[in-house]
Write a protein that binds this ligand. Structure first.
Ligand code: NOJ
Length: 504
């Protein structure tokens, strides 16, 4: 059966240059086997600055909230380790590009460290060595035919700005816009894909759970919603800046990266179906609805519940801040695509939760997992490939069939080179992605492996290993070695076809 492709064009000149015509499959028809990737489908691998770069105080870099937390609370991570050196990509970026080329990826998704280019976070003091580093990386990628996709903020806020309140101070949106301007000015001539912010859902945990993420504040149920509110405004400011001043010249695309598990009803009761919808709205809808929905603003169920709860708690105002009508409109539509990270799924029902994550406590849903789901090297990550298909469909249905890009998908293990579990993880998720495309008519433009390298896994230190390339952290040279999964991904990318013998 012939596959029906509809065009989704990237800016002409650059797209031609990079041979990345962004064609998106948007057919509800099935091909014969559902194993072939549509023409123009993009494959990539991802990392983030603090997780791989090291060079934490080199060449004028400022301190980030992760540097600060690691140095003031050395036991914050599971193994007492930090990202001071990590994969040493600050020095070994050419080696990273070589690996990307070996895998044959179309793009590399990496992040810029805000304090590496603006040591205090303020744009009055630009660190040229930081600009040079990212220029060198971008140029090396382009010389090797790899498209850079840049995350502007992947969690390493300048500590100087944190001391002004960080993401709970509304002034942060000004600083973020200033930072975004520096980034567009310096790199936008060559970078055509921008993600303003990675995973607001995780960032806000840094303001509500003392052991989750930097800045490690314990202001549960308040700090997280304030931070999320300002993250959305800051994102929209960067989007409009790009749209108004850079898009017509630089001709790129811009959005943000959201994250969600799929929340499957525990039973087929209507209550559990409602719990599933509630969980999706609290987890994904909280930050997606203001941008992607037809009405804008926070999801009505989240607004209603948090207003009621706040009143019952005797508070003079809702814990979930309000946007003005103008701000609702300003935020609406500020993404050129729907970028989503997916790792795992949960079963949900109404009931008391053991989780300390604010949205889970506020939503009134209890999450569990099915004992039959394969486990991984991270307790929170069960292997549930079909959850990706359901998540893609939920986004397709709720947000008017946007073009979706899977910006992260990956599995933790203990780091073996023969990582058959990871090979299965990626291939089975890709199979479900193709089902969403061919069987369900969803538009999916690309897939990005998390991660290119074994790296610093935040509060888990180096105990949860995600790379398709192994990094030897006891070797000062930080030697990289391909795992079976890197080779399997290289085959898929080269043939643009999934192997048909997927084995667990
Ligand atoms: C999401 C984050 O973007 C990334 O930094 C992290 O390492 C992976 N998920 C795995 O937890």
């Amino acid at each position: 059966m012939r596959v029906n492709l509809a065009g989704w064009s990237s800016p002409g000149v650059i797209a031609a240059l990079m041979q990345l015509t962004l064609l998106v499959l948007c057919s509800a028809q099935s091909n014969n086997s559902n194993t072939r990737f549509p023409d123009g489908f993009l494959f990539g691998a991802a990392t983030a600055a603090y997780q791989i770069e090291g060079g934490w105080n080199e060449d004028g870099k400022g301190e980030s909230i992760w540097d600060h937390t690691m140095h003031t609370q050395p036991n914050f991570t599971a193994d007492g380790q930090n990202g001071d050196v990590a994969c040493d990509s600050y020095h070994l970026y050419k080696e990273d590009v070589r690996l990307l080329k070996e895998m044959g990826v179309d793009f590399y998704r990496f992040s810029i460290s805000w304090p590496r280019i603006l040591p205090t976070g303020e744009a009055n003091n630009i660190n040229q060595a930081g600009i040079d580093y990212y220029n060198n990386l971008i140029n090396e990628l382009l010389d090797n035919g790899i498209q850079p996709m840049i995350t502007i903020y992947h969690w390493d806020l300048p500590q100087w700005l944190q001391e002004l309140g960080g993401w709970v101070n509304p002034i942060i949106a000004d600083y973020f816009e200033d930072y975004a301007r520096v980034v567009f000015e310096n790199f936008g001539d060559r970078v055509k894909w921008w993600f303003t912010i990675n995973e607001p859902t995780q960032i806000v945990r840094g303001y509500s759970e003392a052991d989750a993420d930097a800045p490690a504040l314990n202001k549960s149920g308040v700090g997280n919603y304030l931070a999320g509110h300002n993250l959305l405004i800051a994102h929209a400011r960067a989007y409009h800046l790009y749209d108004n001043e850079y898009r017509s010249i630089q001709k790129g695309k811009i959005g943000l990266v959201l994250e969600s598990s799929w929340y499957e009803p525990l039973t087929n009761s209507s209550e559990d179906a409602e719990a599933s919808e509630r969980a999706m709205q609290f987890c994904l809808g909280l930050h997606a609805h203001p941008i992607f929905s037809t009405d804008g603003d926070y999801p009505p169920i989240v607004r209603e519940l948090l207003d009621k709860k706040s009143e019952a708690e005797g508070r003079p105002r809702s814990r979930l801040p309000y946007f003005s009508k103008d701000m609702v409109e300003y935020i609406q539509g500020t993404a050129d695509f729907f970028a989503i990270n997916y790792y795992t799924s949960g079963l949900v029902t109404f009931g008391e939760t053991e989780s300390h994550t604010a949205w889970e406590m506020d939503s009134g849903v209890r999450t569990s997992s099915d004992p039959s789901w394969p486990s991984s090297g991270a307790p929170w990550l069960k292997v549930v490939p079909w959850g990706l298909r359901k998540l893609i469909n939920w986004i397709h249905k709720n947000y008017n069939s946007p073009t979706i890009i899977i910006t992260e998908n990956g599995m933790a293990d203990t780091g073996n080179l023969d990582d058959a579990g990871r090979v299965y993880y990626h291939t089975s998720h890709l199979a479900e992605l193709l089902n969403a495309v061919y069987e369900d008519g969803c538009k999916v433009a690309g897939y990005c492996v998390w991660s290119l390298l074994d790296n610093f896994q935040w509060s888990a230190g180096y105990t949860q290993v995600f790379g398709v390339y192994q990094v030897n952290f006891t070797d000062p040279a930080r030697t990289r070695t391909a795992k079976a999964s890197a080779k399997a991904m290289a085959d898929i990318i080269r043939t643009r076809e999934l192997p048909t013998d997927l084995e667990k």
